[in-house]
Design a protein around this ligand. Structure first.
Ligand code: SAH
Length: 376
């Protein structure tokens, strides 16, 4: 038998009158309109509410001052506007901010705001954990717990938007947080449809919204058929199957060739240049030979190659490449005519790479501000 709860913490509950609270962000405008009409309110209130949430940065219903008071009250009784709590908030000297959010069921996810010149980019998670098992990545070390809902994906965007100053606007979204977005495609697309909506949503052009994938060909085809041509980034990380099988184990049943075929189909259908991501791991995939093989693979494709030095994960045996390896790798790609961008890491000191912060944090709220380190 469990311990009896003290009477003062045990309000008398009547299941007949208890309302199930809904998660507003899980509902689209049509669903909300239908609910409002059933309650005797006009349909247009639905888009008015959505605008308050996505454009006017409201965090409570009582801030929605042009709604009738009885409606605000009704919404407050029936809906949760936000459902996550901030378990950690880190700020780096370069303007990068990272949130560790705790979900209603206790799961934890990460999302990041990056400031770069006029850009305000956010990096958003799609799952709790990840099933892909990339050996160097912190997100998948404990496997996947579950998919995020549409609302949980949108809530990350809003919580990051609330970190902005009034004169700052979100400009780019990358689905590069925890999880594999193409393994949760319906919910990711549902959330992004609000992100790109300029009437009631965040109004971010699909060109500025990137979906990053380990490379799941059937889902890439589905994405190509979606209503908006988002920017697709494919995490390649190796130029041949034996090496990719080691680094990205799901490759064993997929293979680079079928991923590149799907990438070609995506380009044919959308005419959007895609990006290949390549995390440089010291001594593993950073040789001149790897660079030459990459040149062969990508030379005739309309794609960009994004090369990112590995951000070491405590406890994992992988290293960032040496400066001279990076230099030679870069020279080989450029000589081969590859359109390659060599990225600087951002937010290193706040563990901004995928899934790193979640592993370091105990379950307690805190705000941490980190001073610039000498090397950044
Ligand atoms: N599952 C998706 C998106 C999430 S990861 C994908 O695989 O693309 C986003 C990118 O960060 C991927 O390219 C991933 O391989 C890379 N990444 C993960 N851990 C990293 C680390 N420690 N340092 C640098 N890049 C990392």
């Amino acid at each position: 038998m469990s311990d009896p709860t003290p009477a003062d913490q045990n309000p008398i509950r009547n299941p007949e009158t208890e309302v199930t609270r809904e998660y507003l962000l899980d509902w689209n405008t049509e669903q909300l309109a239908e609910w409002l009409v059933a309650k005797g309110f006009p349909k247009f209130r639905a888009s008015q509410i959505q605008k308050w949430v996505f454009q006017r940065r409201a965090s409570r219903f009582d801030q929605m001052t042009d709604l009738p008071k009885d409606l605000r009250l009704l919404l407050d009784q029936n809906f949760d506007l936000f459902r996550t709590s901030t378990a950690a908030h880190q700020q780096a000297a370069d303007g990068t901010e990272k949130l560790l959010l705790q979900l209603a069921d206790g799961g934890r996810i990460e999302c990041v705001l990056l400031r770069d010149g006029p850009r305000r980019s956010i990096c958003v998670s799609s799952q709790v954990g990840c099933a892909m098992g990339c050996v160097f990545c912190a997100s998948g070390l404990d496997g996947v717990e579950r998919n995020l809902t549409r609302g949980e994906i949108l809530e990350q965007m809003l919580k990051l938007q609330h970190l902005l100053e009034v004169d700052e606007r979100l400009s780019h979204i990358v689905m590069m947080g925890m999880g594999e977005p193409l393994a949760n495609l319906p919910r990711v697309l549902s959330a992004l449809s609000v992100a790109k909506d300029s009437t009631i949503g965040l109004g971010i052009s699909p060109r500025r919204i990137t979906i990053s994938t380990v490379g799941l060909p059937p889902a890439i085809d589905k994405l190509a058929a979606a209503d908006a041509p988002y920017h697709l980034a494919i995490s390649l990380h190796a130029p041949n199957d034996p090496l990719r099988n080691r680094l990205v184990p799901v490759n064993q049943t997929i293979g680079i060739e079928s991923i590149l075929d799907a990438a070609d189909r995506y380009f044919e259908k959308t005419k959007r240049r895609l990006t290949f991501e390549y995390v440089l791991l010291g001594g593993l995939n950073d040789s001149v030979q790897c660079a030459r093989e990459l040149v062969q693979l990508l030379r005739r494709r309309t794609a960009m190659l994004n090369v990112i030095p590995y951000n070491p994960v405590p406890g994992l045996p992988y290293e960032t490449p040496t400066p001279s390896a990076v230099l030679q790798f870069r020279r080989t790609l450029l000589d081969g005519g590859i359109n390659a961008m060599f990225r600087q890491r951002k937010g290193d000191e706040i563990q901004a790479a995928c899934g790193q912060l979640r592993r370091l944090r105990e379950r307690q709220p805190q705000v941490v501000s980190i001073q610039p380190s000498k090397s950044s």
